[in-house]
Write a protein that binds this ligand. Structure first.
Ligand code: PMP
Length: 396
């Protein structure tokens, strides 16, 4: 094997060298706890403040609305559980006998879906909305599910398995109108998981009309174990873990200064280079769609017009995605059958099932996800190898 080619950037991205360089001093020389009042602490605190401002400026929001977490899993858990538990208290204070209700889509990442199911086990009401066959959740289906006790809607921006973009802005606009009419009813808050959209789409909360938004460092060439929850000013939220007063008391625990610096550097790089990188990935995606189309028996779970360019999911009848992924791995290509968090389970993809595929079909999906470092030559080699694997499938 000459070279191993990485085509799994939706699972994680390689950390950029300048990110590592920016982080290094904070691992040893600048080790102060950002909550300490001495000079060591104050330098760490100042570094975090400057990154918070970079992110806030990028999102056109206030610095206080940026909450650092350990990753998007924690951001999603905090958003969902924090709003629901806050409203639970409110309902009790008001003497209401019912429980708060939340709406999520069936194609959410497990950190949203499992949080919703955990809330259901705590006695809350939840509704799970299926997408259409293309994998798009219909705004009307969500709106129709709104009840008097609805307090939260969570919809992902881009699906991590298919790359399909969800109509979050249309839903956000609609919710503004609906909230205006809900005079004596609780306001409905709107959360999006923007992890897979953050590297190519406009994520400004005021553009999308969202109240809460989660994203993660390691999907944008930053470090693992750091994420952000954007929380619009005046959004009521109970914290997940009890602890210190960090992050406006919404997220106790000593700040991960190194991670925050790394994430900030990754965002600075994105601001500088995103136009060029998105163009590069779009050219690679065009090449892939054109050439994949010619492989006999292929069907697409992504959609060139409706997916982000970096995520392409496809399948071949009677070829299990797991087996194909293993053959590609042996041939020198890192791909995936879907979400890394679900891999190893050999379960049919819940996302493809929600898109009304049979379990056999949903076991056949294979995802490749492109990054800034991929080249056209790598994809030419990938297409040659895939062609040969598929053509010889029944001969092996
Ligand atoms: N949401 C989506 C859509 C994701 O793709 C991921 C990562 N697989 C997460 C949430 C979780 O992010 P993290 O790894 O930062 O916890």
């Amino acid at each position: 094997m000459s070279k191993y080619i990485y085509l799994d950037n939706a699972a994680t991205t390689p950390m950029n060298k300048s990110v590592l360089k920016a982080m290094k001093p904070f691992w040893n020389r600048e080790y102060g706890n950002a909550s300490s009042t001495h000079q060591y602490g104050q330098r760490s605190s100042a570094a975090i403040t400057s990154i918070r401002k970079v992110i806030a400026d990028f999102l056109y929001c206030q610095a206080e609305e940026i909450i650092f977490t350990s990753g998007a899993t924690e951001s999603n858990n905090t958003a969902l559980k924090g709003i629901m538990r806050f409203y639970n208290r409110q309902f009790k204070v008001k003497g209401r006998k019912d429980k708060p209700h939340m709406i999520v889509s069936a194609i959410e990442h497990p950190s949203v879906l499992e949080s919703a199911l955990a809330m259901e086990r705590e006695g809350f009401e939840i509704s799970i909305i299926s997408p259409d066959k293309l994998g798009i959740v219909n705004v009307k289906d969500i709106i129709n599910e709104i009840k008097d006790n609805t307090v939260l809607i969570s919809l992902m921006y881009v699906n991590n398995e298919t790359g399909i973009i969800q109509p979050v802005q249309a839903l956000g606009k609609k919710l503004i109108e609906i909230n205006k009419e809900r005079k004596d009813l609780p306001r409905i808050y709107f959360h999006i998981d923007a992890v897979q959209g953050f590297n190519c789409l406009n994520c400004r909360p005021d553009h999308l009309k969202v109240d809460l938004m989660s994203f993660s460092g390691h999907k944008i060439y930053g470090p693992k174990g750091i994420g952000v929850l954007y929380v619009r000013d005046k959004t009521p939220l109970l914290r997940l873990m009890d602890g210190g007063h960090q992050e406006r008391t919404l997220r106790g625990g000593t700040n991960n200064t190194t991670g925050i610096i790394g994430m900030g550097q990754a965002i600075k790089l994105y601001i500088k280079n995103s136009d060029e990188n998105i163009k590069h990935i779009t050219i690679l995606a065009d090449y892939l769609y054109t050439n994949l189309k010619n492989i006999k028996g292929i069907r697409f779970n992504s959609n060139k017009e409706k997916s982000v360019p970096g995520i392409i999911n496809f399948a071949f009848k009677d070829i299990p995605g797991n087996d194909l992924q293993m053959k590609l791995d042996l041939a020198g290509f890192a791909t995936s059958t879907g979400a890394a968090c679900a891999s190893g389970s050999s379960q049919a993809s819940p996302v493809l099932i929600a898109m009304k595929q049979t379990s056999a079909e949903a076991l056949e999906g294979l995802r490749i996800s492109l990054g800034n470092n991929n080249t056209l030559n790598e994809l030419k080699a990938f297409i040659r190898t895939l062609n040969s694997i598929i053509n010889n499938w029944n001969n092996d």
